[in-house]
Design a protein. Structure first.
Length: 150
């Protein structure tokens, strides 16, 4: 019993030794999440935003898929900036940071990374469309060119 007590005491000393580091890591992670926070929106919310005539001038729909993917079908009013293209970041820097951006790709992976890049560049009103164009077409919303994305 006495040996178990000493082992438990030794383990507690080790935990206490690393506790400040764990706490600091947690605080830094939390700060990163708050500063780089993005609001994910689903396709129903995007449809609502795109239908609101009073907000149309301030909203930009950004498709970050490749040009080939974009050519196969895209959401009305979308502009294409290929996330995989070498000049992607420099193209973003040309955009108006005062506008509100809704970013989508095929399923949400590239758009989430694009939104993070935009936040890092100082864009404040940036939203990731979860599920991308796949979720958009699955919900029954139309795309330009009539191509159904699978």
């Amino acid at each position: 019993m006495l040996i178990a007590y000493f082992k438990a005491t030794e383990i507690m000393k080790q935990i206490q030794k690393y506790l400040p580091l764990v706490f600091l890591s947690f605080v830094m992670l939390l700060a990163t999440q708050v500063n780089g926070q993005t609001e994910d929106v689903d396709v129903a919310k995007l449809q609502e935003v795109l239908s609101a005539k009073d907000k149309a001038d301030n909203v930009v729909l950004l498709d970050v898929r490749t040009g080939k993917e974009f050519g196969e079908g895209y959401i009305h009013r979308a502009v294409n900036y290929n996330f995989l293209e070498e000049g992607f970041e420099s193209n973003l820097e040309k955009l108006d940071k005062s506008k509100t951006y809704y970013v989508y790709c095929f399923s949400g992976g590239r758009s989430a990374r694009a939104v993070k890049k935009m936040k890092d560049l100082g864009f404040e009103n940036v939203h990731n469309v979860t599920g991308g164009i796949r979720a958009w077409t699955s919900a029954g919303y139309d795309i330009i060119d009539g191509t159904v994305v699978k």
